[in-house]
Design a binder for this molecule. Structure first.
Ligand code: AHG
Ligand code: MN
Ligand code: MN
Length: 299
């Protein structure tokens, strides 16, 4: 079976980028070990006003420390940090985004959560289409790594020796029939509501877990449309451009799918600030292009 390192060595990736991907992916094991003693909510909020659990903080601090010690990262932006963290001793110009723990409200009920990572050159304040690499580690029954270095999307899983082995090469997202929408139904705008009704009429089946990384992983396999729309009370939507939408959307796009803000490709959005939020629709290409043309969703 192809190991992660063997796969990386077969690509056109720079050596330091390979080292960075391997290093960060290997933090899945320590992060998983920290689950048992970091379950509870702590007395702090992140910049989005969301309550943090101990594991959000632990994973964030662990990854920032890993970046600092490696000298492989010039700057990092994290969902759990108010500012970009600079590493003056860095030997590369990689700028990394992290959602250290995505789906944290599911930790206490033991459902799948993950870590989302994006790697740019020089600065994190760029359009998602400029990503050099994007990947996620999904902590489910297996620890799965979904990775693109702009050479297709490939899935790996940790084996008994804690080594990543490839489980699927060149994933292509099918035109499947799953759908999901975040936010309260009573707060949806009519255009979004009409699109969801269209999907239901077409026989799409509801699948929504509360963990974006786990949901998108599922949509990559089965196809369909995952959405977290703009809604009354939060016209920007909830999910974050830098930490969630861009890296996961880039992976979906590389697998032949699409990420949209309702009107156009989200990967072309220039971030205005670190905590830039966006409405999003991600999944199978044809149905999302149809939505962009026919459903007139406001952004
Ligand atoms: P995080 O755990 O990183 O704060 O992200 C939570 C996100 C995302 O994972 C999920 O799709 C969504 O928020 C869930 O929101 P609701 O609880 O509003 O459904
Ligand atoms: Mn998140
Ligand atoms: Mn998070």
């Amino acid at each position: 079976m192809t190991t992660l390192r063997e796969y990386l060595d077969s690509t056109g990736c720079e050596e330091k980028l390979k080292d960075l991907i391997e290093l960060v992916s290997n933090q899945a094991a320590p992060i998983r070990k920290a689950f048992i003693s970091n379950q509870e909510y702590v007395d702090s909020e992140n910049i989005y006003g969301e309550r943090q659990i101990a594991l959000d903080k632990w994973s964030n601090e662990h990854l920032i420390k890993t970046f600092r010690e490696s000298r492989l990262v010039k700057e990092a932006a994290s969902e759990e940090e108010p500012e970009v963290v600079e590493f003056p001793d860095a030997e590369t110009s990689y700028a990394v985004t992290i959602d250290p723990l995505d789906g944290s409200s599911l930790v206490q009920v033991n459902l799948a959560v993950g870590t989302i990572v994006g790697v740019y050159e020089d600065s994190v304040m760029q359009e998602g289409r400029n990503l050099k690499a994007a990947f996620y580690m999904l902590y489910g029954p297996l620890t799965v790594l979904g990775l693109t270095v702009r050479e297709g999307v490939h899935l790996f899983a940790l084996n008994e020796e804690d080594e990543y082995v490839m489980t699927r090469r060149d994933v292509r997202i099918p035109e499947g029939k799953l759908y999901a929408s975040g936010a309260l139904k009573r707060d949806w705008f009519p255009e979004h509501q009409r699109f969801i009704e269209y999907l239901e009429k077409e026989g799409y089946k509801l699948r929504y877990s509360g963990s974006f990384v786990a949901d998108v992983h599922q949509y990559i396999k089965y196809g369909g449309v995952f959405s977290y729309p703009a809604y009354r009370g939060r016209e920007t939507g909830k999910l974050r451009l830098l930490f969630e939408a861009n890296p996961m959307g880039f992976i979906v796009d590389e697998a032949g799918g699409r990420i949209s803000n309702g009107k156009r490709n989200l990967l072309e959005t220039k971030p205005e600030k670190l905590d830039h939020r966006v409405p999003l629709y991600v999944g199978s290409r044809d149905v999302i292009e149809k939505m962009e043309k026919e459903f007139n969703i406001e952004v």
